[in-house]
Design a protein around this ligand. Structure first.
Ligand SMILES: Nc1ncnc2c1ncn2[C@@H]1O[C@H](COP(=O)(O)OP(=O)(O)O)[C@@H](O)[C@H]1O
Ligand SMILES: [Mg+2]
Length: 244
């Protein structure tokens, strides 16, 4: 069970974040605060630095300069234990669907009976009830991504980071995943998700971070950023997106 403190939306702050490779600045975010109650969507073209920023937020890569904080405390092992990440291509164990979930639950120290109940519960949440014994690697793209999300949710995370989880999926599979994400958000999981899909940002976001060229060009309420963008870069991206 989540305690009262972790029930509250996590305040994620970025301070003076810089990443460079071979003398080229890839990410330069002086300041960013994410504290909305609903999903934060990070939007922008290919190469904008969305994945780099998300990896920094999750603590997967250390920036050259600057740091990430949660609730005013530099990102630490305790925070990392309470968050999970889902990638564009789901990375699944060469085992059954149920065994992929069991692996995570076992590591959390759950006993056998409790694990069984929780697995049934998770499978139902992802509409994978009939698939428990199927080899995870034989799932369709959409099913595999649902399992990857369920496995992340099995950790009972405070924060879930998702990097373009639906960009390889068709609209139907995308819709199912979006419903899972919204349900997790309503259940108190802080969602920070990367997409290049403007429609997806409209459907899911409570706030939008617009990125380009390694910079955050705009951050605000989703409706404001998507319908009345303040920056030229946002306007150009949104205009381009509308004609494709
Ligand atoms: N390990 C790396 N070494 C060199 N360049 C990198 C590395 N990782 C990312 N980049 C570059 O940083 C930029 C931002 O990448 P990324 O965050 O993956 O973009 P996005 O997710 O918005 O498409 C790109 O130009 C990419 O080529
Ligand atoms: Mg990316």
């Amino acid at each position: 069970m989540r305690d009262l403190v972790s029930e509250m939306a996590r305040r994620i702050t970025v301070n003076g974040l810089q990443i460079a490779r071979n003398g080229t600045a890839l990410l330069d975010v002086p300041h960013l605060t994410l504290n909305g109650p609903g999903p934060t969507l990070i939007l922008g073209p290919n190469g904008a630095g969305k994945s780099l920023l998300l990896r920094c937020l999750h603590g997967l890569i250390a920036p050259d300069k600057g740091y990430v904080e949660q609730d005013g405390v530099p990102l630490n092992a305790d925070h990392k234990a309470r968050q999970a990440m889902v990638f564009q291509q789901p990375v699944l164990l060469r085992r059954s669907v149920a065994a992929n979930l069991d692996f995570v639950l076992k590591r959390q120290g759950l006993q056998r009976v409790a694990r069984k109940t929780r697995i049934a519960d998770l499978l139902a949440q992802g509409g994978l009830e009939g698939k428990a014994r199927q080899a995870a690697r034989s799932l369709s793209g959409g099913e595999a991504q649902r399992l990857a999300i369920l496995r992340a949710l099995a950790l009972d995370p405070d924060t879930l980071f998702l990097d373009e989880p639906t960009s390889a999926l068709d609209p139907g599979a995308t819709q199912v995943i979006e419903r899972m994400i919204l349900r997790a958000s309503e259940g108190g999981v802080r969602i920070v998700m990367v997409t290049h899909d403007i429609g997806q940002a409209r459907r899911l976001a409570s706030d939008v971070v617009m990125m380009q060229g390694g910079h955050v060009v705009e951050h605000g309420d989703a409706r404001q950023v998507l319908d009345d963008p303040k920056s030229d870069a946002s306007r150009r991206y949104l205009a381009g997106g509308l004609v494709t």
